[in-house]
Design a protein around this ligand. Structure first.
Ligand code: COS
Length: 381
């Protein structure tokens, strides 16, 4: 049964229908095999771009669809339910476009956004480094100004789409003034001096490459600077507020897929003469799973609606990311349990969902960092 959704417009309903069609035909059927092979489905992102699904929350004048976050995030949820590498890929791409869309000048937006939103250019977001993850302001990649622009040196870590992206949104240090000494740079793939490590050998999400991005004397023109010099940390944090909602939506999608598989199995599987769904031990697990998923969805939509209303939403986004990804871990673990031995083997998808859930508690700010963001806001207010 598809999830029953309340959307703010007919256009929103149509976009969900279109997403479900593409997800069912072109995304879900390939997920298991491509995850085993570790093959990145670049062409799926072209299809999504051509269908208008890659720039949903951005302005129409640059090729976006001017959709509220409420719609965009439910599209991400549907894609993640079909295949996390695709749902998360859309979320990371949207995050990578945010600095140019929100802080870029008119010339940058006109030059870059149409191809970024149309699916021709896929993005990657480079904030973390080997020695700075949670402490993002400690980054050491350096961009030195010269007469033509910038010369950049450093190593970025854990970059989703590292090596396959067409542009890299890079946070680099332009002065030693802590968080205020960081600037945001747009780096096209193919720029001399840009190279990539081998894809990390991950527990899950193997079809989505994660790699180091190395910058060795990368020369960039002055127009590569997005926003003001020194504004990069704020841009990075504002981008992550939105990115965290994307991760929450992905988590709800994966949890929903695991729940759907578990409930279907529990209705079919018979033991001791009954369907296992009719045993209270299993039925109550399913009830808790369904309730948790609904609560997680309601929380990310609540944060999305705050954002759509132009209100501060960062704390609520951190709550949504924390709650939804912890919920996803619990639900996928319970789905494996309901499948019993069959849950632990690759013939069924639930072991993959459980491996995928784990990364969502880590990326775009560990859940410990989400608690830090929430508790600091509570103390401040
Ligand atoms: N939006 C806009 N600005 C923000 C912001 C936000 N969400 N959060 C912080 N800022 C601003 C602050 O207002 C402050 O500005 P001023 O210097 O003008 O006062 C500046 O950024 C520094 O903020 P703060 O002192 O809170 O920075 P910290 O070094 O303490 O870092 C955390 C804050 C821990 C929240 C941040 O480093 C973080 O989110 N870490 C996790 C990083 C992450 O999610 N990485 C995922 C990988 S993406 S590759």
């Amino acid at each position: 049964m598809p999830v029953e959704r309340v959307l703010p417009s007919q256009e929103g309903h149509d976009l969900i229908e279109l997403t479900r069609e593409i997800a069912a035909k072109e995304v879900a059927p390939r997920a298991a095999a491509e995850e085993s092979a570790g093959r990145f489905p670049r062409e799926v992102f072209r299809t999504l771009g051509a269908s208008g699904l890659l720039g949903l929350p951005y302005p129409e004048e640059y090729g976006g669809a001017a959709q509220p976050q409420e719609v965009y995030l439910q599209v991400v949820e549907e894609l993640a339910a079909a295949w996390l590498a695709v749902g998360l890929g859309v979320s990371v791409h949207t995050l990578s476009c945010f600095p140019v869309a929100s802080y870029g000048d008119a010339a940058q937006r006109e030059r870059l956004l149409p191809a970024m939103l149309g699916g021709e250019l896929l993005g990657a977001y480079c904030l973390s480094e080997p020695q700075s993850g949670s402490d993002a302001a400690a980054l050491t990649t350096r961009a030195v100004r010269d007469s033509e622009g910038f010369v950049v040196n450093g190593v970025k870590a854990w970059t989703t789409h590292g090596g396959v992206a067409d542009f890299y949104t890079v946070m680099a240090r332009t002065s030693d003034d802590g968080a205020r000494g960081i600037s945001c740079l747009h780096v096209p793939a193919g720029t001399a001096g840009l190279s990539f490590g081998a894809p990390e050998r991950k527990m899950g999400m193997r079809a989505s490459p994660t790699a180091q991005v190395r910058l060795d004397d990368v020369r960039l023109p002055a127009e590569a600077l997005v926003g003001a010099e020194g504004e990069g940390f704020k841009i990075a944090m504002a981008a992550l507020d939105g990115g965290r909602l994307g991760i929450a939506a992905c988590a709800v999608g994966v949890a929903q897929a695991a729940y759907d598989a578990a409930v279907a199995y529990a209705r079919e599987r018979r033991q001791f003469g009954s369907r296992i769904a009719d045993f209270q031990g299993v039925g109550f697990m399913l009830a808790d799973m369904a309730t948790t998923i609904s609560a997680a969805r309601a929380l990310y939509l609540d944060a999305a609606r705050l954002r759509d209303a132009g209100r501060p939403y960062g704390t609520r986004a951190a709550m949504a990311k924390l709650f939804a990804t912890d919920a996803c871990m619990r639900v996928t673990t319970d789905a494996v349990q309901i499948f019993g031995g069959y849950g632990y083997v690759e013939d069924f998808p639930v072991e993959r969902y459980m491996r995928e859930a784990k990364v969502l508690q880590i990326v775009e700010g560990t859940n410990q960092i989400q608690r830090l963001v929430i508790s600091r806001a509570l103390a401040r207010d």
